[in-house]
Design a protein around this ligand. Structure first.
Ligand code: 5AD
Ligand code: SF4
Length: 477
């Protein structure tokens, strides 16, 4: 352990500007950790466990990049010297899981008292959560939020030099630092943030409170990042934002430009809010084969009355006509969605409206959720919270309806040859590969692992509900 005056001197000498300041702390952490590794006579390891959405997955790549630079060897299991949970709080269930696992980590720490346990992400932006951890989970070492992930090395340095829990939660984003090292999970594909935060305040949703107001990155900055990724071997990017349609510059134009970056063969994007999906966007997708034939368009509910209570700014008929427009103009595009059942006050009749939209739009697939009450949101104080059994019964009926439409949609492509990006070995059978279609469904087929990270043509032999079985073909698309 460094002496107090050594630590103070290091802190005083830290550069003010970013990213220099974080690079400085990366070096200081590395010195300390090298010493510790020598003492122990082994590598120090770190494990990052990511909960929740694509945004968190992207943040975790940044966090892992920093952890590798400070000298940790990354491993998959939690018996590590540094364990970080990048948390989600969109539904209560995710929080419960984190508390449960913190109990398990305590046992690891009893065996390895030098272990550092860190928590970050959306759940940490809730003050009740941080209070509870300070009080009841004293074995946690480091807590930070969504707005300061770039400061991991600085916070870790503080924890390594002071023997107390370090907590830093910022209310809003002072800045974002994009220039730090990141470690991509896949060498050939990458998410790219085009905006952060959300201004929509859907009445059930906690995201605007934990991710802050919308901030769009400049198109030049996004394009420069995509160019860097392409030079580094990335062939597919996914542009990420809570609602890409409210990107402050011109989203369709950005999408087109990204698709024109040399080396980029395919571009995906997530998520589109139905209230402001423009004709321009549909047109750019229609006319640009490199853009994914997939629109994720969260419905949330099919009842206009509930949609109003949800503050979604569209009615059932508007959603239906938008879906119809997409189906007509881009017939090969898949439409996927998110649906919540059991929102406060949802009646059988409201739920029937949701089923009606599912059947009319014929979603290619859907994420379905039981409404979860989130403290601080407007819906949390609404009357008529729906009993659990009712929501459970509705979600089962909904799942059945979705699997019927999904089967129907996947059935349409059976027998065709599709270009797919080979993402990896099949999880169950390593002689099989798994590829993803432009429309986002996956296909399993026999093939050599050397094809991972490339685009190949696959004949879709059989539809299995949400996925396909296929075979490699020589045929070009
Ligand atoms: N309860 C259930 N589902 C929710 N979602 C967001 N907030 C809640 C909540 N309180 C769902 C929405 C959103 C997806 C990411 O999570 O469907 O689109
Ligand atoms: Fe939440 Fe609505 Fe924003 Fe999506 S658009 S993150 S559901 S508030």
């Amino acid at each position: 352990m460094k002496t107090f005056s050594e630590t103070t001197a290091i802190l005083n000498q830290a550069p003010e500007n970013e990213p220099e300041r974080q690079l400085y702390f990366i070096d200081r952490c590395r010195e300390i950790l090298l010493e510790k590794a020598a003492e122990k006579g082994r590598d120090l390891t770190a494990c990052v466990n990511t909960f929740g959405c694509q945004m968190n997955a992207k943040d975790s790549e940044k966090l892992i990049g920093i952890l590798k630079q400070v000298g940790y060897r990354i491993k998959e299991t939690e018996d590590a010297d540094f364990v970080l949970y990048n948390t989600c709080t969109v539904r209560e269930h995710a929080n419960v899981r984190v508390y449960g696992r913190l109990g398990v980590l305590k046992r690891y720490k009893d065996e390895n008292p030098d272990m550092v346990i860190a928590l970050c992400g959306c759940m940490m932006q809730e003050s009740e959560v941080v209070d509870k951890i300070r009080k009841s989970y004293r074995h946690v070492d480091l807590i930070f939020g969504t707005h300061n992930i770039y400061k991991l090395a600085e916070l870790l340095f503080r924890r390594l030099t002071e023997d107390t829990m370090q907590v830093e939660i910022l209310e809003s984003a002072e800045r974002s630092v994009e220039e730090l090292p990141a470690e991509r999970k896949y060498p050939f594909k990458s998410g790219v943030n085009i905006m952060y935060g959300c201004n929509n305040f859907c009445s059930y949703c906690i995201v605007p409170y934990v991710r802050g107001r919308e901030r769009s990155r400049k198109p030049e900055e996004v394009l420069a990042e995509v160019e860097r990724l392409a030079k580094d071997g990335v062939v597919e990017v996914m542009l990420l934002g809570q609602n890409v349609n409210s990107y402050a510059y011109d989203f369709p134009k950005l999408l087109k430009k990204v698709s024109e970056v040399p080396g980029i063969e395919h571009v995906r994007f997530m998520t589109s809010h139905p209230k402001d999906l423009s004709d321009d966007l549909i047109e750019v997708i229609r006319t640009t084969p490199k853009i994914s034939r997939h629109i994720h368009l969260p419905l949330q509910s099919g009842s206009s009355r509930i949609l109003k209570e949800m503050n979604r700014h569209y009615i059932k008929e508007a959603y239906l006509s938008l879906a119809e427009k997409i189906r007509t103009r881009i017939p090969d595009a898949s439409i996927t969605t998110d649906i919540i059942v059991g929102f406060p006050g949802e009646t059988d009749e409201d739920f029937e409206d949701t089923l009606d939209v599912v059947r009319k739009v014929e979603f290619d697939s859907a994420f379905t959720f039981i409404y979860s009450k989130r403290t601080g949101t407007r819906a949390a104080s609404m009357p008529d919270q729906v009993p659990k059994e009712v929501s459970q019964e509705r979600i089962e009926r909904l799942l059945k309806a979705v699997s019927e439409t999904a089967s129907k949609r996947t059935g349409l492509l059976v027998g065709t040859v599709q270009k797919v990006l080979v993402e990896g070995l099949n999880e169950k059978d390593p002689d099989y590969l798994t590829g993803r279609l432009s429309g986002n469904s996956v296909v399993h087929f026999a093939g050599p692992k050397e094809l991972i990270g490339t685009f190949v043509s696959v004949k879709l032999d059989e539809a299995k509900g949400f996925y396909y079985l296929g075979s490699l073909t020589e045929q070009e698309d």
